[in-house]
Design a protein around this ligand. Sequence first.
Ligand code: IMP
Length: 429
Amino acid sequence: MTNVAIIGTQWGDEGKGKVVDLLSEGADLVVRFQGGNNAGHTLVVGDQSYALHTVPSGILRPGKVSVIASGVVVDPEDLIVEIRALVKRGVTISPANLKISEKAHMIMPYHRLLDVARENAAGSQRLGTTGRGIGPAYEDKAARVGLRLLDLRSPDVFIQKVERALQEKNCLFENLYKVPSLKAETVAARVLALRDDLLPYLTDVTSYLRAAGEQGLNILFEGAQGVQLDVDHGTYPYVTSSNPTTGSVAVGTGLAPKRLENVLGLVKAYTSRVGEGPFPTELKDEVGDQIRERGREYGTTTGRPRRCGWLDAVVVRAAVKLCGIDHLAITKLDVLSGLGELKIASHYELDGEKLLWPPASLLDLARVKLVYRSSPGFDEDIKTARKLTDLPKGARAYLDLVEELVGCPPALVSVGPERDETIILNRYF
Ligand code: IMP
C-alpha cells in the first residue's frame, strides 16, 4: 500500500489530467482535496477527450473509487451537469465509485454572482478569476456562513442558512455592484431540487480514507491549480482561494500529514498562466504564440488563451522545497520541438542579490532581472520515445538542465497527449 500526491508546481495547467489518469491505473482511490470547478483536467483516452472539473480523474478507470474530499468547494448544479454529461458518454458513475464529503462546502448561485460582479467592478485591478464563485465560497467557509453538502439533509435549516448568507450579499449586490439581489427561497429551492441526486453520494470521507489506508489500498491525491496560485505561498493577490501545496492533502481530507508518502511535482516543460498577475518568463512575442498554438494553451474551464513563456526554475525550485516533492513529472516536452534554442530562468537578481526563490512582494518581483541558461533545443518528433535513450540529444540535454536547476529528478516525462506517449522512470504503484 502506498499513496502519492500530485502537485502542480507552476500556475496550474501543467497537464495533471493525463498524469493522474496514468497513475490511477495502479491506484485504488483517486482523491481531489482542494479547489473546485475552476480546475479543468483534460484526459485523452483513445480518440476521446474528456475535460473534468470537479469529478476526480480516476472516474474514467473502471474499478477505481473517486473521492471529493472536504477541502474541495462543490458547485452542486455544475457537478450534476458534469456527472450527467459523463454518464451520457458511457462513463459509469454511482455512489459505489464516487464518494463526496458531506463536509465539503457548496458554491452557491450567489457566490458565482459575487465573483463576476466583483471582477467586473474591479476594472484594471481584476484578478482574472474563472468566475466560478471559488473565492466567495471559500470566504463564506472561513466566515462561518457557508453551506455544507450535509445541509441538504435538512431543508428547513438550509433555507435559514441561505437567508443569513444573503443578508450581507444582497446589500453588496444592490448598493455596491448594482446588480439585482437574490431571493433566499428561490436560491434554496434551486439547490434543494438536487437533493435526491446528491444525497446518495455523501460520505464520511475522512473515515472512508482512513479505512482504505488501513486496508492497504493505494491512494492517489489529485491536486488542482499550482503552487504559484496558492493563497499563502503564491503571487498574492493573483492567486486562487485555496492551497494547492502539499499541506492541503492533510487539511482537505482529514488524514494525518505523516500518512502522506510520496509527492510528485508536475512541471510543464515551459510555463503558462491564465488570468492576471506577474509572470517573469512570459514571452510576448512569436515564440510565445508558437508555444500557445502548438501546446493548445487555451483554458479548459474558460477557453481563455493562456499566456506562455520559458520554464522558470525559480518557481519550480520553490515548489520542490515547499511541497517536499520527491520527483518531477515533466509534461508537454514535445511542444518544444522545432523552437530553436530553449531557455530556462535559473535565478533572479534583485539589487545585486541572487534570488533562488521568488520574492514575496510583487513590487520586488516586478523589478527582478532574469538570468537564463540556454539549451540547444531539438527538431525531432519525440512522441514515440518510451525510454530516455529514445530521445534526441537536444531533448535529453534540456531534461538534464531542468534537473540540474531544480534539484529534483524526473519520474515521468510526457511526450504527447495520449496515455502511452510517456516515458515512465518510476511507477509508484
Ligand atoms: P479563481 O480560482 O477562479 O478564483 O481564479 C483565481 C486565479 O487562479 C485566476 O488567475 C485563475 O485564472 C487562476 N486559476 C484558477 N484555477 C485554475 C486552474 O485550474 N488552472 C490555471 N489557473 C487557474
